[in-house]
Write a protein that binds this ligand. Structure first.
Ligand SMILES: [Zn+2]
Length: 457
């Protein structure tokens, strides 16, 4: 806490002539270089990043969190040796995203160096040990006589693993995060490794093994490598302890955990009808067009919170029900939703929202969708119903067919064809899907509020 306040104070002192700056990210990228098929990113502070691999198209995304670019000229793209693009973009409010496409993403691996202030992303080699790149280059040579490693103890709790390390003198260190497999390494600089290997440790919820040895570099150091059981861990080192000790804490990074959860998710949105199959047609509007517009808005809205969305059609073409199911089941989504407008030839008075499901795994989804629409849109409740529509019967995922309103009714038609209420429909459906997938919302809003508070201090 003290440390954070202190950093913030320095920030405000340095940039008090530019108040808005205090609200932006804490970390800044000072340079990005593409050399020898490696991307090398230098920053002002410790880097926190998420690495995600996505398919279709094959890509690797590295999100550097709580970070911005010092110079907008760094917003650029690079070409890999195989010709694919590597792009650097800023993702408001405070994230920098690097995307490696196609071949450039395959067998690529990232790690941190120089006290977590340099991120290197390069073609991986098959390595079993800590790579040579992790030599303690740039570390000042400690002229004092080396100290001795004394002790390492592990305390395990359900949500945290704490490691206490002690030596015969105060400890300076470098840390590294390594992926595939996930490891955390710390070099205790100018500390001699123990002569007798320490006893075996019982695995904790987060750490499956610990190895202690001499750092494989030109400098005298003890390297401790922790084999991690989870990839979204925060590994924090606290050396402000009394005596010659430091503490390493491993715990789940909730923000990263949520983000990863979202990044792996896939939703299929199915705009009903298309091509010569117009669906209902009233007041100059065709259902197929309304379905497509709302589906596209829903796609955008879900993508804005980091979820991958696939449309069964994105133009005015006919697609059979079997084809829609085939597309859906090949994607294996977490949720399927078919978007429709209702119609009744016999009565123009009937209006309201109807939500259909068939399988038992879809009931909860139907419930959330139905309630969410009713809470966002001023429209009557025409009930949740169970029916064997082809697409929701054959989709392998939890599946719902939503009849968002009656095109045959004047008031409902206004709701379905007005751009503002279409946005509300998209928002309502997004909230329901997130709730169904058990994803916490308003995180961005919350962190925005937090940032503003910090800025005002
Ligand atoms: Zn329809």
């Amino acid at each position: 806490m003290m440390k954070k306040t202190f950093i913030l104070l320095i920030f405000i002192l340095l940039f008090c002539n530019n108040f808005s700056f205090a609200q932006t990210a804490e970390n800044q990228i000072t340079s990005i270089n593409w050399e020898n098929n490696s991307l090398i990113i230098n920053t002002t502070n410790k880097i926190s990043y998420i690495e995600s691999r996505l398919k279709e198209p094959e890509r690797l995304i590295i999100d550097i969190l709580n970070c911005s670019l010092q110079d907008k000229n760094l917003l650029t793209s690079y070409k890999s040796e195989s010709g694919e693009e590597i792009s650097v973009t800023e993702q408001p409010p405070n994230k920098v995203r690097i995307v490696f496409l196609g071949e450039a993403s395959i067998n690529r691996k990232s790690y941190l160096s120089n006290n977590d202030r340099i991120l290197i992303t390069r073609i991986a080699r098959i390595e079993t040990e800590v790579p040579d790149e992790l030599k303690n280059e740039g570390t000042e040579k400690d002229e004092r006589p080396p100290g001795k490693f004394k002790d390492l103890t592990i305390e395990s709790e359900e949500d945290e693993t704490r490691v206490l390390v002690s030596a015969s003198k105060s400890i300076k260190y470098n840390t590294y995060i390594l992926k595939n497999p996930d490891r955390f390494a710390i070099d205790l600089l100018n500390i001699l490794p123990p002569e007798i290997p320490p006893p075996k440790f019982r695995p904790t919820a987060f750490v499956s093994g610990v190895r202690i040895g001499r750092a494989a570099s030109g400098i005298e150091a003890t390297r401790i490598v922790f084999d991690l059981l989870k990839s979204d861990l925060d590994c924090k080192v606290d050396s402000n302890l009394l005596g010659n000790k430091l503490e390493i804490k491993f715990k789940i990074n909730k923000e990263r955990h949520e983000a990863q959860k979202k990044l792996g998710l896939k939703i299929v949105v199915d705009p009903g009808h298309g091509g010569y199959d117009t669906g209902a047609s009233y007041g100059g509007f065709e259902e197929k067009d309304v379905n497509l517009v709302i589906s596209e808005k829903l796609k955008k809205s879900l993508e804005d919170v980091g979820i991958s969305v696939f449309l069964t059609r994105d133009d005015d073409n006919f697609l059979s029900l079997a084809e829609r199911v085939e597309i859906t089941n090949s994607i294996k989504p977490d949720v399927f939703i078919s978007i429709h407008g209702n119609a009744l030839v016999s009565s123009r008075v009937i209006r309201g929202v109807e939500t259909y499901y068939w399988t038992s795994q879809s009931h909860k989804l139907a419930y959330f969708i139905h309630r969410s629409i009713l809470s966002h849109i001023n429209i009557p409740d025409h009930y949740i119903r169970r029916a064997q529509f082809y697409v929701i019967r054959h989709a392998s995922a939890p599946a719902v067919l939503a009849e968002l309103g009656f095109l045959s009714n004047h008031d409902d038609r206004k709701l379905l064809t007005n751009s503002t209420t279409q946005d509300e429909y998209a928002k309502a459906l997004t909230e329901a899907i997130l709730k169904f997938l058990d994803i916490e919302q308003n995180r961005d809003q919350k962190s925005e509020i937090r940032n503003q508070k910090n800025g005002n201090q």
